[in-house]
Design a protein around this ligand. Structure first.
Ligand SMILES: [Mg+2]
Length: 183
């Protein structure tokens, strides 16, 4: 048989709850058994993962994936982040399959719900990261003893040097609320 089957790693072939310093999770047995079955039937299977996307090879990159394959599958599979015309299937926990030449999801409701949940979670995570960054910055200024922030006098005396106007406003709001809550 010509062509190859692409299998995603994180969340598809291996358990995944987050980057975890690049550690590759334990195999997911149904997918692992499926891959072994394909291989025993002479099919070509490749790992398709962003872990080998262009850029620095992180911990958990190509060498670790190959070692993981050897340990759990018994042989090293080719690892790629690219499709080509030989790819006949892609098994991936993030895929939303669309109907060919129609452009609508094959499993309409479930697929849409899943995609919406994923998008919301991504946006929430991004917001949390940006708030954390602003708060860390403001905390470091407070530690340096910027009494103007603690007194809540507003930016009348000029902005603290390390904060943008938007960050200052956010911090002012947070501190103002904290001060009121503590009264
Ligand atoms: Mg995945």
């Amino acid at each position: 048989m010509s062509g190859w089957i692409g299998v995603d790693l994180d969340g598809t072939l291996a358990h995944y709850e987050g980057w975890n310093n690049g550690e590759i999770g334990e195999p997911l047995v149904p997918m692992l058994e499926r891959v072994k079955e394909w291989l025993s039937n002479g099919m070509v299977v490749k790992i398709v993962t962003a872990r080998v996307a262009p850029g620095p090879d992180p911990r958990g990159g190509r060498a670790d994936i190959e070692a993981w394959c050897l340990k759990h599958i018994g042989r090293v599979l080719e690892v790629t982040c690219q499709k080509d015309f030989g790819m006949i299937e892609l098994w991936d926990d993030r895929v939303i399959q669309v109907m060919p030449n129609i452009g609508e999801p094959l499993h309409d409701t479930g697929a849409r719900d899943l995609a919406n949940c994923r998008r919301e979670r991504y946006q929430k995570d991004r917001k949390i990261r940006s708030l954390r960054g602003a708060i860390d910055k403001a905390c470091s200024i407070i530690e340096l003893g910027d009494q103007r922030l603690l007194a809540g006098d507003g930016p009348a005396g000029g902005l603290p040097p390390d904060l943008s106007l938007a960050e200052w406003k956010l911090m002012y709001t947070v501190l103002d609320k904290a001060r009121k809550d503590s009264k």
